[in-house]
Design a protein around this ligand. Structure first.
Ligand SMILES: [Zn+2]
Length: 79
């Protein structure tokens, strides 16, 4: 009887440690993802001046635009 109680208690402790560690890893991963997202470089659109994340910016003729529409407008202005 005592042995089964000890076994059950140690199993509960192990489960607690496992879930606490998994939760901590999950939180750390979320924090790092958020940090990467918030530190992304912003670039100004050559047409309207709006700042857009570098990954979402449209590049054309060495200039940066916020959208395909403004990229076309910028290309037309140049001609
Ligand atoms: Zn724009």
């Amino acid at each position: 009887m005592l042995l089964s109680r000890i076994l059950l208690l140690s199993l509960a402790v192990l489960a607690y440690i496992y879930f606490r560690r998994a939760w901590r890893d999950y939180q750390r991963q979320r924090r790092e993802t958020r940090k990467i997202e918030s530190s992304e470089r912003m670039q100004a659109c050559a047409t309207c001046g709006t700042f857009v994340p570098a990954s979402a910016a449209v590049h054309r003729d060495d200039r940066v635009y916020c959208s395909g529409e403004h990229a076309r407008a910028g290309a037309e202005d140049k001609v």
